[in-house]
Structure formats: C-alpha cells, structure tokens
Design a binder for this molecule. Sequence first.
Ligand SMILES: [Fe+2]
Length: 221
Amino acid sequence: MSDKLGLLSKDALAKYRSELADKGTVLIAPETLFTKEELTRIDQLQSDIPEEEVRKGDAGDSHNVFVKRVRLDHAGRNPSNVSGTASAQIIELLERTERVSALRKIFGASSEYVIRRCQIHRMPPGSFVGIHLDAESDPDFEYSVIVQLATDFEGGEFVVYPTDRKLQVFRPHLGTVLITTCRFRHEVRQVHAGERRSLVYFCSKYGGANRRIIENHAARA
Ligand SMILES: [Fe+2]
C-alpha cells in the first residue's frame, strides 16, 4: 500500500488525531489511507456483491439506500464475513498492517481495533440515509470509516450533529476518508444526480459477540 503513498508523516497523523479527538470527525485527504488502485479494486469487488434495498435502520430510522454486506455484526453474535471471495478480499485489503496501524494512530488508541461491520452503500438519485446513531446498531462501535468510491454525484453531503457544537457538513469526494465517532448522530443528505458509492466500516476494541439488546415489544405486550 504505502510503497506508493508513503502513508502519513508523524505530523499529519498528529493533526488528524487531534482533529478527531477535538471535533469527533475528521476528513482524510485522498491517497492517504488508500491508493487509487486500491479504490478501483474495491469498486470492482463490490460490483460482485448482491445488494439489498434498506429503508429502515436498526433503530427504526428511515433510509433509502442500497446496501451490499461485507461483514455482518448481528446482535448476540460475533462479527462474520459474508460468504464469497469479494467480501474476503475487501476485508483483507482493509486489514493490511500499515493501514490498520495508521488508523490506530489517528484513533489515538493504545490497543488493537477490529472491524466489526463492513458494507458498501450505493446511492442513486433520491437516496438518503436518515439521521441515526451508529452506536444503536452496536454499543461497542467507536469509529466509522467512510471511504468514497465514486466521483460523479451531486448532493449526498455527510452531516454530523455533535452534542457539543454546531452541525458539520462534509462534502466527501473520490478517495476521501471520513472518520467519525459513533457517538454523534449523522445523516447523508439526498443524492440529486449521479451515483454516490462508499465503503463503510465500523471499528471497535471489542471483538466478541454484539452486546446490543433488542427490545422485544411483542414479548412485553
Ligand atoms: Fe452511520
């Protein structure tokens, strides 16, 4: 990976780490964590993965997005890859030592992180992801990492609603990597033209079974 990139200098890592710690979200420049070739490879691999249309999130939030699952993280279970070579190859690419090490430095972590869930979002015109909190899918999610795979789209801004400051609007483009805490609500505004595609993965220090508790309304009624 970083043969071509040189990855991140210590100063750049420190800058990104302090911005993430301070604001809860940071936008990493293209060709920093992923080369162009890697992005092209991920975009090729994702085209082989079947997709589902998602209109409801884990907490009943509203979405309109096509999702291709790469690694699943269901309540009560350990994370597991979706079967198939495309998902295994994407995870292998994400877990390359140097990328994991750079991310860990940006997270400011003293221990290893695992990828608990990974998926591709395909968003043609009219798509959006409603306001939600990632930690409601898994209380152990700490950071989500969002890699932009497409360039020709309009709209689709990523909006974060921090609890301690004004909302932040990001306009990610091809190759940028957005890292955000799973403790702030956020949304993806409607895509107006073109197709927005992103790889999204969720990192945690905890690698065991998903500790989310699902309320069973039927049982309580
Ligand atoms: Fe999210």
